[in-house]
Write a protein that binds this ligand. Structure first.
Ligand code: PLP
Length: 369
């Protein structure tokens, strides 16, 4: 088949759907598919649809624009914006039936005032900072904020949640301490005898490894994409990565000994060498970090010289036809370069690798059911 693009991502939506189904079975809990940052680079609306087919009950995003994109694509599941919205964005969020995170008493008041002025009621999830040190009201202040929210008819307290900072590590103690702190707020609320909002605390790794964190909803991102939460907390057997990054070999030529390759001539041929060019670079999300490796003809070949904005070069064992398939992330024959391997090379995590794949790389979808 002739390829339309010089570089592209192949996203296997059946992997996402199967991963979600597996997560639902493993956790036995309603699942929020977290599709922020364009579905971790995989494509938000396509991932959201596949997740819905796999049994997801909620969608989670970070920004209002991401929520509106899902609504525009026809997704009707409940949506929670996990990040912060500006007061000016409240109207559009409420109109699109999107729930807001309230990260502080100040924003609870500001959202309430705006909703009152608009004659609207905003659905909110109050965030408790049980130890992340990021967004949220501290546990000892949380009940007072809940009471203030409950008195405000422009706000409807739909959820109460927290976020875990260290659930991907071997030591369970910090996670247990956070869950205990969150539970103290929940216990205080239970004693008041009113119906409890939806309680949630778990990200992927906690949903898998801390059953007590599952509560009323698990917020799952990385595991749904078939990517490991961390080296210390790998996925169980059976999950499949959905993303493969491919390109076509754009040029292939023999260079004489002593010939420089790419900016700065950091690499110089050590003899007659076959140097290929691949039409992608750091503007696509392929970093300048060294060393880099790609798959061609089922074998690992080294990237040589500096990665440029739109190209990078490889040293080939033999001349190859133009258009030969190159795999940057994924499987080719018996070889695999995982997002986790690339993350180690780039001194980061797999989340940053996939969310860093830029918008100009086309996404092609397979496995739609
Ligand atoms: C991104 C995010 C998640 C998903 O985390 P994963 O580790 O990808 O499962 C869950 N909750 C919140 C609040 C988030 O911001």
């Amino acid at each position: 088949m002739e390829n339309r693009f010089v570089t592209w991502l192949e996203i296997d939506l059946s992997a996402i759907e199967d991963n979600v189904r597996r997560l639902c079975a493993l956790t036995g809990t309603p699942l929020m598919a977290v599709v922020k940052a364009n579905g971790y680079g995989h494509g938000a609306s396509q991932v959201a649809r596949a997740a819905a087919s796999g049994g997801a009950a909620w969608l989670g995003v970070a920004r209002l624009a991401e929520a509106l994109e899902l609504r525009a694509a026809g997704l009707r599941l409940p949506i929670l914006i996990l990040g912060v919205v500006s007061v000016a964005e409240v109207e559009a969020a409420v109109a699109a039936e999107v729930a807001l995170t309230v990260p502080s008493v100040e924003l609870a008041r500001a959202y309430g005032q705006r909703a009152t002025a608009l004659g609207m009621q905003a659905r909110i999830h109050l965030k408790v900072d049980s130890g992340m040190g990021r967004l949220g009201v501290l546990p000892n202040e949380a009940l007072a904020v809940v009471h203030e929210v409950q008195r405000n008819t422009a706000l409807r307290l739909e959820g109460l949640f927290t976020h875990l900072a260290r659930a991907d590590e071997h030591d369970p103690a910090p996670t247990r301490a956070q869950l205990t702190a969150f539970q103290s707020v929940v216990d205080g609320l239970s004693e008041e005898g009113r119906p409890l909002p939806i309680l949630h605390a778990a990200n992927s790794v906690a949903a898998l490894n801390f059953p007590e964190s599952r509560m009323g909803l698990v917020r799952v991102g990385i595991a749904m994409y078939g990517l490991h939460p961390s080296a210390e907390a790998p996925l169980p057997e059976g999950f499949r990565p959905a993303l493969t990054w491919k390109a076509q070999l754009a040029s292939c030529k023999e260079l004489p000994k002593g010939h420089g390759v790419s900016y700065g001539h950091e690499y110089v041929t050590r003899g007659r060498e076959i140097i290929g060019a691949i039409p992608l670079g750091y503007a696509d999300g392929f970093r300048r970090a060294r060393p880099n490796t790609v798959l061609i003809k089922g074998a690992r070949v080294p990237v040589v010289g500096r990665v440029c904005m739109d190209q990078c070069m490889v040293r080939l064992p033999a001349p190859l036809p133009l258009g030969t398939e190159v795999v940057l992330i994924g499987r080719q024959g018996s070889q695999v370069i995982s997002a986790e391997e690339v993350a180690v090379r780039w001194d980061t995590n797999n989340y940053e690798v996939v969310t860093g794949l830029s918008a100009r790389v086309p996404r092609l979808y397979t496995g739609e059911r």
